[in-house]
Design a protein around this ligand. Structure first.
Ligand SMILES: Cc1cc2nc3c(=O)[nH]c(=O)nc-3n(C[C@H](O)[C@H](O)[C@H](O)COP(=O)(O)OP(=O)(O)OC[C@H]3O[C@@H](n4cnc5c(N)ncnc54)[C@H](O)[C@@H]3O)c2cc1C
Length: 188
């Protein structure tokens, strides 16, 4: 049965209904909004769009932005893959035009992956300069038993993967303090 002006059926809309995240989808790094907040927001948007027959599925699908944002996942294309050690890889992603990712010090982004039909989300910290234009890079150690690691190891140049963010960071500006002490060794 058609429900929209563009001829889509109820089944078409149902197939796009956001699904509630599993615990495995939470990256555990305290993102705000977290994966459950994003789900609630996407569900509300879906309910609103599906309720009006004049809405077009195509417009709903095209409503996502091409810029990184914390609420929804954005697609980024891998422009190069470099193996640095036995289990460490550097991945470069294209950004539209000469844009920058717009992260500040210590911020991370969250990757979405599918492993054996299970959606997984994990946090990664870009290693490219914060003002790098037209690209960003991440350095990832892949673990043999790691869920996301299995997905990441399958990446090749030209693949498209999904990120959201930024999250976290440190309230620090250049020369704010005269020295920094690493206390990590005191506890070991
Ligand atoms: C804020 C933040 C930023 C991060 N930035 C980066 C980054 O830039 N680059 C990067 O490579 N990772 C980063 N991580 C870690 C990353 O989010 C994942 O935890 C990591 O890639 C493992 O995910 P996985 O799904 O492959 O492993 P999981 O399925 O979560 O773990 C399965 C197994 O993998 C192994 N394993 C997983 N994590 C570790 C670990 N940290 N130490 C030792 N063994 C481990 C263990 O054997 C574990 O049992 C960051 C994490 C956080 C919270």
């Amino acid at each position: 049965q058609d429900t929209g002006l563009c001829g889509e059926s109820e089944d078409d809309w149902l197939s796009l209904m956001p699904t509630e995240p599993l615990q495995s989808q939470c990256c555990g790094s305290g993102c705000k909004p977290c994966v459950y907040d994003v789900y609630q927001k996407e569900l509300a948007q879906w309910e609103e769009d599906a309720a009006y027959p004049s809405n077009c599925l195509l417009l709903f699908l095209q409503s996502s932005s091409s810029e990184l944002n914390p609420d929804t996942f954005t697609a980024f294309k891998i422009s190069s893959v470099e193996q640095l050690t036995e289990d460490t890889y550097q991945y470069k992603f294209e950004l539209p035009g000469n844009s920058s990712l717009g992260l500040s010090l210590g911020q991370h982004i969250v990757l979405r992956g599918m492993v054996n039909g299970l959606e997984v989300q994990r946090a990664y910290t870009p290693v490219s300069p914060v003002n790098a234009e037209g690209y960003f890079e991440v350095l990832i150690k892949c673990y043999k038993a790691g869920l996301m690691s299995q997905y990441i190891k399958s990446w090749i140049e030209g693949d498209t993967v999904f990120w959201r963010g930024p999250f976290g960071g440190f309230p620090y500006s250049p020369n704010q303090v005269s020295y920094i002490i690493d206390t990590e060794w005191l506890s070991t």
